[in-house]
Design a protein around this ligand. Structure first.
Ligand code: ATP
Ligand code: MG
Length: 335
């Protein structure tokens, strides 16, 4: 491992830039998809307003965080100011309303971990999940979207990493691997660590945006249009960054002691967070701090079996990036 740790990047790395950029571009959704999503959101908002005049709909997740691929389902949050509402009642009422407006496959999943109403809009063909008052997800979506506007290399890296994770079967939280949200956070962290840095730490800068959600203060610098040159002193290319990302998670991350934190833009110790032992189902085998719910380890879904799978996949990817004659194909081979 130590040998590999010191290993320099392959000399022909930059011939991989063109194919990686091509993969990235093929994954970006076309503009007309955004228009269709807006159209559906407008329709839904009209239906919601009739029943809950104060209710507002927000997009969150990959349809709004700029890391979404083509033809994904959209995630919508219905925010109702009143904290005393009964979520199941609202959910069932909402399902009723949607059903009577000819939306298809309407289904209320009131008992799910995150209770939602599912539906399909026959006009736009878009499927959608609506949750109630999950405002923290709307705010962390904004944080990710704001980071994406600072340097295009974040979007490129995150699309490639997500595409890799989906192809290799390690983007399945119900099977103990990581969420897309966790992977994007890992990419942000990695780019904050480059020297010169490619991304700043927005939560450590002057506060220009601040909301309190579920007693959590979410605040950060959001005038990101002023940061468009932030990473320009760093000339690393996407191929070098993909190599570096996998190299980091395969050989350089200290799984025993470290927690990655985009909130602080640095690594913090497991001991400091008291994440050194298993508590309930939280095993802390790979530690990724949520930027706002800081007691929340995004790696908590990972168990003693899936950590092996995950680390072997990081090592496989690092190895391919180092040695394979055609990394852009081998990397994404279905598992
Ligand atoms: P995909 O393209 O795979 O659908 P996604 O961006 O929608 O990716 P998900 O992991 O499905 O990502 O999560 C959707 C949203 O839900 C995230 O953007 C985030 O706002 C929120 N979210 C997901 N997991 C967590 C979590 N563990 N803690 C807090 N928020 C989360
Ligand atoms: Mg999603």
């Amino acid at each position: 491992r130590n040998l590999k740790r010191q290993m320099p990047c392959r000399v022909d790395i930059d011939r991989l830039n063109t194919p990686f950029i091509a993969i990235y571009e093929s994954l970006i959704p076309p503009e007309e998809e955004k228009a269709k999503q807006k159209q559906l959101l407008t329709l839904l908002q009209r239906l919601v307003t009739k029943e809950w005049p104060e209710g507002r709909l927000f997009l969150y997740g990959s349809c709004a965080n700029s890391f979404g691929v083509s033809r994904s389902d959209i995630d919508v949050c219905l925010a109702i100011g009143d904290a005393n509402i009964n979520k199941s009642d609202v959910l069932l009422k909402l399902a009723d309303i949607l059903q009577s407006d000819n939306l298809q496959d309407v289904q209320a999943l009131a008992r799910a971990r995150v209770p939602i109403v599912k539906l399909m809009d026959p006009v736009t063909g878009i499927s959608c999940d609506i949750c109630i008052n999950n405002v923290l997800a709307v705010v962390n979506t904004k944080l990710l979207r704001d980071y994406a506007q600072i340097d295009e290399r974040l979007r490129q890296l995150a699309y490639i990493v997500k595409h890799w994770a989906k192809s290799r079967g390690v983007n399945e939280t119900y099977r103990g691997t990581l969420s897309s949200y966790a992977y994007v956070i890992m990419c942000i962290y990695f780019l904050q660590q480059r020297r010169p840095a490619i991304l700043p730490c927005l939560q450590e800068m002057e506060i220009t945006y601040s909301v309190t959600v579920d007693n959590i203060e979410c605040k950060f610098y959001d005038q990101v249009e002023k940061l468009r040159k932030f990473g320009s002193r760093n000339k690393e290319t996407i191929a070098q960054l993909v190599w570096g990302f996998f190299n980091y998670w395969a050989y350089r991350h200290d799984y025993a002691n470290d927690v990655i934190s985009i909130r602080t833009g640095s690594v913090i110790s497991k001991r400091e967070k008291d994440w050194t032992r298993r508590i309930g189902n939280d095993r802390h085998l790979i530690c990724i701090e949520d930027p706002f719910e800081i007691s929340h380890d995004l790696g908590r879904v990972v168990d003693k079996y899936s950590i092996k799978v995950l680390r072997e996949e990081f090592e496989r990817a690092a190895h391919i990036m180092q040695d394979s004659p055609h990394p852009c194909e081998s990397l994404f081979e279905p598992y």
